[in-house]
Design a protein around this ligand. Structure first.
Ligand code: ATP
Length: 363
């Protein structure tokens, strides 16, 4: 029987709508061609443009659409010139992360043969690892509430047992799924600074307790400074790495750098009940409205969404469609014929998305 899944769509600001439109069209066509699942897309107004018009950045009605959806597809959000009265930027994606307790920030880093990267890749090597950034606590815990006096500033780092246990279970489950689909040796690396901070010794202790439940997987530790070095020297050695919020914030940009920029970097923020899928890049107001934005990070986020939904609901066809969509983008990038400017080509958004749709046979 075909089951329907509800997708909440936040089309975002700047280039957001331009990259959302072709992504939704591809996902919709793939679902229409399937006998195993269908998708319904519901627009959820939010973001900087919406705030400028209405005074609301994330209306309760949109929050409700997000809450009751099976997955949330969110494009780039925020505009530098549209701010709250206190000067901070509009970022509904952070509000969603907090409201829905999306503790696992999933940042895949892949460099396939033929893909541009600042590294000199040894022949035959490819990069394929996933960085999981805890996204609700850590050094971001007092975000916006830090104490500043004339001579001192303090922010508090929070690591809780509750979130850490969920995070590590998620990391080991992901390594297991990757291993089962031939995408890694089943290794999880805990990235911390346990040699200096007690909070990270606590973090590591909970990691080790989860690792003990998975004798079929490899567990490993690395200090965050050494990890930054190894991500440049031997990134192909990583499989799944899991870390605190601030460390993950920094290392995920390093990961995007390895991929040759943000144009190919998808992400997901996952909790126990909800999940948001969105490109790592911002709304790129400097190129908005020109039809030249790279849609690949958004399309790859859509592929992650299909794979996640397929695993969660045990719908193999949806998992396979997610993998096919990811591989279609990889193929277009490797062929190098239809690339947007940020990847060294001259193609526009529509042509780049069409090239992916053609590989999939849904053009
Ligand atoms: P944020 O803080 O919201 O993440 P940012 O200030 O880091 O945003 P982006 O909006 O990501 O910046 O843009 C950084 C640069 O990358 C800009 O020059 C932008 O044009 C370019 N860029 C970002 N996304 C894309 C894309 N999908 N296609 C082409 N260029 C992009």
């Amino acid at each position: 029987m075909t089951k329907n899944y509800e997708i909440a769509v936040f089309e975002g600001d700047g280039i957001g709508p331009e990259i959302t439109d072709p992504t939704v069209k591809i996902l919709d066509q793939m679902a229409r061609n399937s006998n195993s699942y269908s998708l319904t897309f519901t627009d959820a107004p939010a973001g900087a443009t919406h705030y400028a018009k209405t005074g609301e950045s994330l209306p309760e009605a949109s929050m409700e659409i997000a809450r009751r959806s099976d997955a949330i597809l969110l494009s780039a959000m925020g505009l530098p010139d549209v701010r709250y009265a206190d000067g901070t930027e509009i970022s509904p994606q952070i509000d969603l992360r907090k409201a829905l307790t999306l503790f696992a920030g999933v940042r895949p880093v892949t460099v396939r043969a033929g893909q541009r990267t600042p590294l000199n890749m040894p022949d035959g090597k490819e990069i394929d690892f996933v960085l999981i950034r805890e996204s609700t606590e850590g050094l971001f815990f007092t975000q916006g509430r830090g104490e500043v006096t004339e001579n001192e500033a303090r922010e508090t780092l929070l690591i809780t047992r509750d979130i850490s246990e969920k995070l590590f279970k998620f990391a080991f489950d992901l390594a297991k799924t990757r291993k089962a689909t031939g995408r890694g040796p089943g290794k999880v690396t805990c990235v911390d600074k346990a040699n200096v901070f007690r909070a990270f010794a606590f973090f590591r202790e909970m990691f080790d307790a989860e690792a003990a439940k998975h004798p079929d997987l490899i567990s490993d530790h690395a200090y965050v400074d050494a990890t930054a070095l190894w991500m440049v020297q031997k990134p192909w050695d990583f499989d799944v790495m899991v870390t605190e919020n601030m460390f993950g914030d920094i290392l995920s940009d390093l990961g995007a750098g390895l991929m040759g920029g943000l144009g190919l970097a998808p992400s997901a923020d996952i909790g126990l009940e909800n999940a948001v899928f969105q490109p790592c890049h911002g709304s790129a107001p400097d190129i908005a409205g020109q039809g030249v934005a790279n849609p690949f990070a958004m399309i790859l986020s859509g592929a992650m969404m299909l794979e996640w939904l397929g695993i969660r609901h045990d719908v193999e066809a949806m998992q396979n469609d997610g993998a096919r969509l990811r591989q279609a983008v990889d193929q277009v990038v490797a062929e190098g014929q239809v690339l947007t400017r940020d990847l060294g080509g001259t193609a526009g958004t529509a042509d780049a998305a069409s090239a992916v749709a053609k590989v999939l046979g849904v053009a």
